[in-house]
Design a protein around this ligand. Structure first.
Ligand code: FES
Length: 142
């Protein structure tokens, strides 16, 4: 083969190989580093009806895309915290027997002010404000 033709064929094959590699790598890189999705700003969320939650119980409600733990401490006292454990982001829950917030992942405990009582969580839970509007429970950012 003529040397000039050989270099052209070599260049085309090399370019095709490079394009193939890039076509495999690009989707993998996009998958590992997706573009940020802007979260809609939510300042308030309905958490259901007052009668839906008995005293000394809790439930997880949605606050935008985030889970919030709503706790009815007594007939008149309500609390709400981010339900995302500050250790490794597991979802926490209200534990009726201890009257504390419990993370089952590594047995972390928070009190009803969101402060760490025991276990691995390094920080308190973020607190939300609970409003009772007629029969409706509304949670807002503190
Ligand atoms: S993730 Fe909650 S204690 Fe580890």
């Amino acid at each position: 083969m003529h040397p000039e033709r050989r270099s052209i064929v070599g260049w085309l094959l090399g370019g095709g190989f490079t394009a193939s590699i890039l076509s495999f790598l690009y989707p993998a890189i996009r998958f590992m580093n997706p573009p940020p999705i802007p979260e809609a700003a939510v300042n308030e969320a309905s958490a259901g009806k007052v009668q839906d939650l008995k005293p000394n119980s809790g439930k997880i409600v949605k606050f935008g895309s985030r889970p919030v733990l709503l706790i009815r401490v007594s007939d008149t006292e309500w609390k709400a915290f981010s339900a995302i454990c500050t250790h490794l982001n597991c979802t926490v829950q209200f534990q009726q027997s201890s009257h504390q917030i419990w993370c089952a992942c590594h047995n972390g405990f928070y009190n009803l002010n969101g402060q760490v009582v025991s276990g691995l969580p390094p920080r308190p839970l973020d607190e939300y404000t609970v409003h009772i509007r007629g029969e409706e429970v509304v949670i807002s950012r503190t």
